[in-house]
Design a protein around this ligand. Sequence first.
Ligand code: DAH
Length: 345
Amino acid sequence: MGLKEELEAIKQKGISSIAETTDIKNLNDIRVKLLGKKGPITQSLRGIAKLSVEERPVVGSFANKIRDELATAISEKQAKLEAEKLNRKLAEETIDVTLPGNQVPAGHPHIIQETIDEIESIFMGMGYQVLTGPEVEEEYYNFEMMNLPKNHPARDMQDTFYITKEILMRTHTSPMQARTLEKHDFSKGPLKMISPGVVFRRDTDDPTHSHQFHQVEGIVIDKHITMADLKGTLEVMTHKLFGDKFKVRLRPSYFPFTEPSVEADITCMNCNGKGCDVCKGSGWIEVLGAGMVHPNVLKMAGVDAEEYGGFAFGVGPDRFAMLKYGVNDIRDFYLNDLRFLKQFD
Ligand code: DAH
């Protein structure tokens, strides 16, 4: 076989092995083997010396042509393999945006907290400031400053957890009335404040009692505030929380820190006021205590009770949430049973 045929055979073999390979690494091996110094083209060119002077350049340039052709075939194949590899990768990484996503379990505020947030935003909308006070409170603010002097029989209305003689777990959020009144500068405008928080009572837990529950205290002090303002305010709160068809009714009551004192009822949401088990047939549900702030409370906090007066109220978000969501055991709110809590997702 002549040198030219030999080179032609090398080319054919090379072309078919390039065509066959499907792997970039393997293609690289083929390149080294075919075109390298020890490759068949270089080897066969050794025989060029045996050729005549005229034939040498012809065969030489033929060999170069074959080398170029093989090199081109290799780089074309390389480009093809690389493109294939990229396409494969892109196909593997394709995201099917129509597939349903993985549900990440997300928490949410406790239903009582949500109720408090709702109450807060209603009152903020009416220009109230929201303040919080200490849960471990001085007996002085919890009772004394709320017009409940020592040995006052009404102290028994609220069974108390005492820490020392002077320090206790607050039994209501009302001490925030005194704390705020003491600091308020009336020359800068009226006082309009609500104070949400936890309160504590030495109660035995049962479906309607808990030794720990929540209250939102409210107080408005200015010149010329009347009980009509109180009723109007409670109506706004009730309409926003429950709906416009709910009515508010005030009944005379007694609290040492208000005079006159009232209890407020709203239309029973279970029977829409017709009378049922939940409202014990009356059509009304008691939801809060309120009244016109007692002059003694103002005086003790250093406020001129001749010039200034106003109303206060204390609402129970636990009770609101029970009524709104039909929960009939207050303890459910505190047991952290996920099956209960998840209802409000
Ligand atoms: N502090 C009272 C309680 O815990 C609730 C209350 C009644 C608050 C009348 C008030 C009020 O501000 O005016 O039972």
